[in-house]
Design a protein around this ligand. Structure first.
Ligand code: BEZ
Ligand code: FE
Length: 303
């Protein structure tokens, strides 16, 4: 008898009791150790899940139909799989594990599906709102290291939904291309500033299988009002994050669990007619000021 057919080695006939061990035993010749670790664990947890839930064949087919629909609705600009991972809290969990940072560094949160890699580069001070809708907002801030020293030349990639709760990529031909997105560069003091509009809450795309699942679970699809940022500089860990407004009704029930207390900013009312005039804003206007703190990449010495 070869060891390949030895039941004691865990590769006997499949039974309800030994199901996971029998499947995992077939992975023994996997060349990629990490893949083997991932798939052994996936099989172990999936079999435990099935043993706990005891689905009927008909119920399991509903799961397969759901996953099939999730694949069918996914295309170059609609990523239903990421949305599924987001509403299950898995995206935020992976992000938390992959971004354990030194104390003081800016916290990360989900990237989301609406980032584009070719946003326009702007000078500080420019207005990213191209559709003229919404309440004017001045965004100011600095990028510093964990010792508070400025990071000159840091790049800030910014994007947000418009005042009606849609990203430009969701409304091609309706919103101007590249509405409410742009890339800024921090000056020699680490400072950046730009004009925009106050963000509003919006629903994640809810017209597909993930939206149906949310509805069936009695969950709403809303994300609290936020502005997205990717902040990057050579020698530092890139931070993918948001700033949230403090007064949003969905702050505690974000559909994708992306809120962190440390990312809730003060959006304050500024009553300054001269500054408003300089900005081309009505007076008073709203301003948010934020300091992004980047951690050095492992192995980088201090300057
Ligand atoms: C977003 O904030 O753009 C987003 C994040 C996760 C799912 C959908 C949208
Ligand atoms: Fe968003």
């Amino acid at each position: 008898m070869t060891h390949a057919s030895n039941p004691a080695a865990g590769d006997g006939y499949f039974t309800e009791a030994n199901s996971a061990e029998v499947v995992i035993a077939r992975h023994r010749e996997a060349e990629n150790e990490r893949l083997k670790t991932v798939m052994d664990s996936a099989v172990r947890h999936l079999h435990a899940f099935v043993k706990e839930v005891e689905p009927t064949n008909a119920e399991w087919m509903r799961v397969i139909d759901f996953l099939t629909a999730t694949g069918h609705v996914t295309n170059d600009w609609r990523q239903e799989w990421i949305l599924l991972s987001d509403i299950l809290g898995v995206s935020m969990l992976v992000d938390a594990i992959d971004n354990r940072k030194p104390r003081g560094a800016t916290e990360t949160t989900v990237l989301g599906p609406f980032h584009v890699s070719n946003a326009p580069r702007y000078e500080n001070g420019q207005d990213i709102c191209l559709d003229g809708k919404g309440e004017k907002l001045l965004v100011t801030g600095r990028v510093v290291d964990t010792e508070g020293r400025p990071i000159a030349g840091a790049m800030l990639d910014v994007w947000q939904a418009n005042d009606e709760g849609f990203y430009d990529v969701q409304q091609q031909g309706v919103q101007p291309d590249m509405n409410l997105r742009g890339v800024f560069t921090a000056d020699e003091t680490g400072a950046f500033w730009f004009r925009s509009v106050k963000p509003r809450f919006y629903p994640i795309p809810a017209d597909g299988p993930v939206g149906q699942l949310l509805g069936a679970l009695g969950r709403h699809p809303y994300r609290p009002a936020h502005i997205h940022f990717i902040v990057a500089a050579p020698g530092f860990e890139t931070v993918t994050t948001h700033l949230f407004t403090p007064d949003c009704p969905y702050l505690h029930t974000d559909a994708v669990f992306g809120v962190k207390a440390d990312l809730i900013a003060d959006f304050r009312t500024v009553d300054d007619p001269a500054k408003a005039d300089e900005l081309g804003f009505p007076n008073p206007f709203t301003q948010v000021d934020w300091t992004f703190v980047l951690a050095r990449t492992a192995g980088e010495g201090h300057a």
